[in-house]
Design a protein around this ligand. Structure first.
Ligand code: NI
Length: 204
């Protein structure tokens, strides 16, 4: 997929795996859509089969800290512990070694960038935030994602919320109808992601 010419968007799902992740994976598989999952280490440890399944089904498994920490408030050693422990939990579960991280709350600074660089992790932020953690409303989340999408954008959402998972079929159908194709974050950037650097969308 050449996202320089196609209308690409990247669906991303944070904070899992959780009780609704298996249903989400069924929805994505039935529609041949691949996504990017930013996992919290404690949940990777709790749901190793889902971590393995995400990877086996072609999704990208990435790092979202051990316990959803505000990394800007941690020392370099604290940030390193948050990220390295999560790398190990994902590896142990069979999810491979992540090359992407997303700082919880988008909270990052030079220390986070430097630790991420050392661990080989690019920082992935987002361009569309449907506030699905706040408004547990499937129709509203669907509308915000569909209205907010533009080519090259990264869409933030959370697979730990049932209402979000229930929005995914309509999000995919409506964006497909507008000509969008769904890619993983590395595909969106044609693989050109530098460790430590921050990415919000594909530049046009
Ligand atoms: Ni999060």
């Amino acid at each position: 997929m050449d996202c320089a010419h196609a209308k690409c968007v990247a669906l991303t799902f944070d904070d899992g795996p959780g009780p609704y992740t298996a249903k989400l994976l069924d929805i994505l598989a039935a529609r041949h859509v691949r996504a990017t999952f930013f996992l919290v280490g404690t949940n990777a440890r709790a749901y190793p089969k889902l971590v393995r399944r995400e990877r086996a089904e072609g999704h990208v498994v990435a790092n979202h800290s051990w316990d959803h920490a505000d990394l800007r408030r941690r020392s370099a050693a604290g940030v390193r512990s948050e990220l390295a422990r999560t790398q190990r939990a994902i590896e142990r579960a069979g999810g491979g070694t992540p090359t992407l991280m997303r700082p919880p709350y988008g909270s990052t600074n030079g220390t986070v960038a430097s630790v991420a660089r050392g661990l080989g992790l690019a920082q992935i932020l987002w361009t569309v935030d449907p506030l699905d953690w706040k408004d547990r409303n499937t129709a509203l989340v669907t509308k915000r994602v569909v209205r907010g999408a533009r080519p090259g954008y990264i869409i933030l959402s959370h697979d730990i919320h049932r209402t979000t998972v229930n929005a995914v079929p309509a999000i995919i159908a409506r964006l497909k109808a507008k000509g969008y194709v769904f890619v993983t974050v590395p595909e969106l950037f044609s693989g050109h992601l530098k460790p430590g650097h921050k990415y919000f969308k594909r530049p046009r």
